[in-house]
Design a protein around this ligand. Structure first.
Ligand SMILES: [Cu+2]
Length: 105
């Protein structure tokens, strides 16, 4: 009689122990804030995969200045110094990054 009671108790408790949290944590990618940027490529540093860009002010982020941005291999191939561009800029780790780099009119 006593064993039977213990077995019944186990059946009730076991499923609740098995419950797990399945909420998805925000990824680093989702946390990155991107800002529209407009500027002119001053120089290209292929070794660092970077453009030096003289950019217009980005409200709430930074004033107009010339600075270095990491870009992808495609952008490195397509653009040259002197090209006016628009892009999305963001801080990723320790680097400033430009994505969706396009020729500006
Ligand atoms: Cu800047």
């Amino acid at each position: 009689m006593k064993t039977r009671l213990l077995f019944s108790l186990l059946l009730v408790v076991a499923p609740t122990v098995h419950a797990a949290a399945t909420g998805t944590a925000p990824t680093a990618e989702a946390a990155v804030k991107r800002h529209p940027l407009r500027g002119v490529i001053v120089a290209i540093d292929a070794e660092k995969s970077a453009f030096r860009v003289k950019h217009e002010a980005i409200p709430g982020v930074m004033g107009a200045m010339t600075m270095q941005f990491k870009v992808d291999a495609t952008a490195l191939k397509i653009f040259k110094a002197g090209d006016p561009i628009t892009a999305l800029m963001s801080r990723q780790g320790t680097a400033w990054v430009l994505e969706e780099v396009k020729p500006a009119k």
